[in-house]
Structures are given as C-alpha cells and as structure tokens.
Ligand binder design. Structure first.
Ligand SMILES: C[S@@+](CC[C@H](N)C(=O)[O-])C[C@H]1O[C@@H](n2cnc3c(N)ncnc32)[C@H](O)[C@@H]1O
Length: 229
C-alpha cells in the first residue's frame, strides 16, 4: 500500500483542533467505547489502529481499568504526543510505529477488542477489505472490532449536505474551513472514505457476525461486529 504521509504537520495542534473540525468528536469516541460487549472490569486486550495522539487510548484505558492496549500509528510525531499523554497509565499500554494493513495486525487470535477512530478512511477499498480480514484473524473468538470513521454517501445531495454541516460546525467554532485546515496544517490528500453500506458488507464477508452501525452523525459513523465464538 502507499503509506500515508503526515496528515498533520504539527501534532501538538491536533488535540486543540480536532473538535473544531470533527463534529461530536467525543460522542463518536463514546460510541466506540460503549459498543463492545465486554464488562468494564474485564481484562481486555486491545489493539488500537491509528491511535494518533492517544485521545481514544486514554479514554479506553480509563473506561476499562483492567485493559491493556497496543496503540499503533505510522506517525512518529503523533506517537510522541501519545507517549506523553499516556505516561500515567504505566505499563498498561505499548506504542508501536507501523502502518496498517501492511505491518499490523500481525498477531492471530490475540485481541479481545480492536478499535480505531478516524483513521481507516485513509485506506482505499481494497486495503480496507484486507484490513478487515486481518483484524478478524487478530481477534479471539467472541472478540469485537469497532471502528469510528468518516464515511461517504452514495448520493451527491447527501455529500453536499455533509459538507455544509461541517462548514457550519467549523464556523460555529469561529473559523472558515479552508482557513482552519491551512492554519492547522492538516491535509485531506489521504482521505478515501467508502460508504457505510459497503464497509458493513466487507465486514460480513470477512466473517464478522452481528455487523451493525452503532452511531451516525451525517458522514461520521461508528460500526463493527463480532468474531463468532
Ligand atoms: C485523524 S487521526 C485520529 C487519531 C485518533 N484515533 C483520534 O481519534 O483522535 C488519524 C491517525 O491515523 C494515522 N494513520 C492513518 N492511516 C494510517 C495507516 N495506514 N497506518 C497507521 N496509521 C495511520 C495517522 O497518522 C493519524 O495519527
């Protein structure tokens, strides 16, 4: 696959900026963490793909106090921020630099949970399918994959609606979208979202059961499925 470049030139500005460009960012994370079947007290082994600065990682380690997480990202800059943020969680997390689906997941039947937030849409359709297959293999029977991501509508008027919604959201935070992206030094060159429907079908084809959307706000969705017992 083509390895994505740095989406953010300066990873220190990611955290203050993300909520201005992604509507309901916290709600999306909440839906990811609410979806898995595991009890909060369970010793959950988690693989996180595209952990970035570790925002979801920190929430996950807090929500599941007995969990351990392998947080993967290809960006050294983002992982430096994550390392700093997650320090207080001691040895409950590990950080690994690498790209999915080429470098991760590598393990088979190792994880109770695989999660990702706002990262898989950087892959094209074929790579997403390869990733869903690899995630399936990496899960233990009964394990779950939950992905919160940008999705594409298969209707021009809905794509326009989603664009307008984001412009209005960014405006409500005091910015114009283009100016914001320039200042934030973020690139959308690597974006390649697919429809939610296609991705649900690909999850089914990978072998997942109970495949379902859990949450959606315009072109942002949380969805996933479980590996049969
Ligand atoms: C928008 S950030 C999301 C970060 C975090 N998950 C969150 O919710 O805030 C996307 C992250 O995915 C990483 N990423 C994108 N494609 C990747 C790939 N194929 N392999 C590894 N990391 C990738 C980027 O480096 C970036 O840190």
């Amino acid at each position: 696959m083509t390895k994505p470049g740095e989406v953010f030139e300066d990873s220190r500005v990611y955290d203050p900026g993300i909520e201005a460009i992604v509507p309901r960012y916290d709600e999306l994370h909440d839906a990811i963490l609410n979806a898995p079947p595991q009890e909060r007290s369970a010793s959950v082994r988690v693989l996180e793909l595209g952990a970035g600065t570790g925002e979801l990682t920190a929430k996950l380690l807090t929500r599941f106090p007995e969990s351990t997480v392998l947080a993967v990202d290809h960006s050294e800059n983002m992982l430096t921020e994550a390392e700093r943020k997650l320090e207080t969680f001691g040895d409950r997390f590990e950080i690994a630099r690498g790209a999915f689906p080429d470098d991760y997941p590598t393990e088979r039947a190792e994880y109770d949970l695989v999660v990702s937030s706002l990262a898989v849409h950087h892959l094209d359709g074929e790579e997403k399918r390869a990733l869903f297959d690899a995630v399936y293999d990496a899960l233990v029977p009964g394990g779950w994959f939950v992905n919160g991501d940008v999705v594409r509508f298969d209707a021009d008027h809905l794509e326009t609606l989603a664009d307008t919604m984001i412009q209005n959201w960014v405006r409500s935070k005091g910015w114009e979208e283009e100016e914001f992206m320039d200042r934030w030094e973020a690139s959308d060159d690597y974006d390649d979202p697919d429809t939610l429907t296609d991705q649900l079908v690909w999850l089914r084809e990978a072998g997942f059961e109970s495949v379902t959307p859990v949450w959606q706000y315009y072109n942002f969705a949380v969805f996933g499925g479980g590996k049969p017992q």
